[in-house]
Design a protein around this ligand. Structure first.
Ligand code: SF4
Ligand code: SF4
Length: 509
């Protein structure tokens, strides 16, 4: 099965219950953003800019847990910002598990190994020595880490008996830690192989850390998913290579969604730069071209989501947006209408459902009800539509059932042959050419950012840096800077690829 049976059954049961009760709108996945602070500053990230005036604010733990209960979604995706910075992330994950929800921790992976070391320290006993040795051999922890883990146990601070919860838990520690359970996934943000990923996150070394964290997670028995956004400049052959590599690394599943740009940024592109939006933005047509093979990928790799959504991305059918099924809750309240756009925040989920005119949004029969929705095909608007049976066609249920219940695709055994670490050999670090390109255009990275926001504000269409700005989501909305940057450095991308050791493994790429 693509997704563990208990989890599939939980989600299916939730949908069936609401269908029988004829609930008109209900939540499937809660996007919970306890904070917007992040340790990275990815190009074009909507979150850290839209909420730039409140980066130090956080939701309190009780509000986070109450939000999940309020909307009743069986699945909670904890995102942000970087959720592992949230001081009570362990209590939050544990609290949601106690509420019997499926939990995704969406992370850039920079603090994952630290959290897993905390887990090891909490459950350490001499029987764990073979695991520690393996982690040491693969350089996933240091000798000092190993000693700290052993001593935490010796100090007797870590363990007491299992709480007897629903899962096959190891000993349940007194200090909450994020522990492996089939009800929880690490969901690691990866937008390509090393070169591309570093361009997008604007920092070198991040890709390697993602690989190490995933490898450590798999050794410790965690479930891991990857989460990828495809942009105009993304070479889809690279995405396929990425799936091969992470499948070989043992990743349990992948989500993939097209990047999207809203109308205000598109108009700004015409007005301020005199450019054709088609040169920069992922339109619906371009999305369909990029995703034309998604159904084949779904057969070869463990892609999450519904086959109906895949047909939509491949241009084989239309769907209606059901953004209310993946609501976003953050420090300002329930964000409407969707994860990407902000037209308001509401105090309660039901209040948001009642007060928002949902008929104003989405694309119906090829016509955008709101111009900002025109090119949107993102999973948080349309993947639930596939599960909920909107635009139902004969055979959909069977296809959804078969996709999820048939044996999942096998691990890609030759993934170690993928040139995943393709950014080392440019000599000065591969971001150097990107910076040089900006410099030759008379721009610094900061100035390029500032220009874009000023331009958008002046256009009167949106105020990206203000609280109600119509900016996009985490790494998935305004792609103009990213696209410009990638286009400029494309020639510098002809990097000589050398066989290298894959960090944390015995294989060579
Ligand atoms: S179509 Fe996209 S942008 Fe428009 S409301 Fe739905 S999810 Fe949001
Ligand atoms: S895209 Fe995600 S990881 Fe990157 S800066 Fe934004 S919140 Fe942080």
């Amino acid at each position: 099965m693509r997704f563990p049976l208990a989890l599939t059954a939980k989600i299916a049961g939730h949908i069936i219950r609401h269908k029988l009760a004829r609930t008109p709108k209900f939540a499937l996945v809660l996007q919970l953003e306890p904070l917007h602070t992040c340790n990275l500053t990815c190009t074009g990230c909507g979150r850290i800019r839209e909420y730039s005036t409140s980066l130090k604010d956080m939701m309190n733990l009780e509000d986070c847990l109450a939000s999940a209960q309020e909307c009743g979604a069986p699945m909670v995706s904890i995102c942000g910002g970087e959720p592992l910075i949230y001081p009570q992330i362990e209590e939050l994950v544990e609290g949601l598990l106690q509420q019997r929800r499926i939990v995704y921790v969406c992370t850039n992976a920079m603090f994952m190994r630290k959290k897993m070391k905390d887990y090891l320290a909490a459950i350490y006993s001499p029987e764990r020595e073979p695991t520690l040795r393996k982690l040491l051999e693969e350089k996933l922890i240091s000798d000092q880490d190993a000693e700290t883990i052993r001593h935490a146990s010796a100090r007797g601070t870590a363990r007491h008996a299992s709480s007897g919860r629903r899962d096959e838990l190891p000993a349940f520690p007194s200090k909450p830690v994020i522990r492996p359970t089939r009800w929880m996934y690490w969901n690691v943000h990866i937008d390509g192989l090393e070169y591309t990923h570093h361009l997008i996150v604007e920092r070198e070394g991040v890709f390697q850390e993602c690989v190490r964290a995933i490898r450590m997670a798999k050794i410790l028995g965690y479930q891991v998913a990857t989460n990828t956004t495809v942009y105009k400049e993304t070479d889809v052959r690279e995405i396929e290579e990425m799936f091969k590599f992470f499948s070989w690394l043992g990743v349990d599943g992948h989500t993939i969604s097209p990047g999207y740009d809203y109308d205000a940024a598109k108009k700004d592109m015409v007005k301020r730069l005199g450019k054709s939006p088609k040169d920069f933005f992922l339109t619906r047509d371009l999305t369909r071209q990029k995703f034309k093979d998604i159904q084949k990928w779904g057969q070869r790799f463990t892609l999450f989501g519904t086959p109906v959504y895949q047909e939509f991305l491949a241009g084989k059918r239309e769907l209606t947006c059901t953004a209310w099924a993946i609501p976003t809750r953050n420090i300002r309240g329930w964000k409407a209408p969707c994860y990407l756009m902000t037209d308001g925040h509401y105090a309660g989920y039901q209040e948001m459902l009642d007060k928002v005119d949902w008929n104003k949004y989405g694309v119906v029969n090829g016509l955008a009800r709101d111009p900002r929705c025109e090119n949107c095909m993102v999973h948080c608007g349309y993947d639930p539509s596939g599960a909920l049976g909107t635009n139902f066609q004969r055979g959909d249920n069977w296809r959804n059932f078969k996709y999820n219940f048939w044996p999942k695709p096998k691990r890609y055994e030759r993934g170690h042959e993928v040139n995943a670490f393709n950014g080392f050999s440019s000599g000065k670090g591969h971001l150097a050419p990107a910076n040089a390109a900006l410099k030759s255009a008379g721009l610094t990275r900061e100035r390029a950012d500032a220009e874009l926001y000023l331009g958008l504000s002046r256009s009167g269409e949106a105020s990206v840096a203000t609280s109600e700005g119509r900016s996009g989501g985490c790494g998935s909305a305004d792609t103009s800077q990213r696209d410009r940057l990638v286009a400029k450095v494309a020639p510098a991308r002809k990097i000589e690829l050398k066989p290298q050791r894959v960090p944390g493994t015995d294989a060579h790429s």
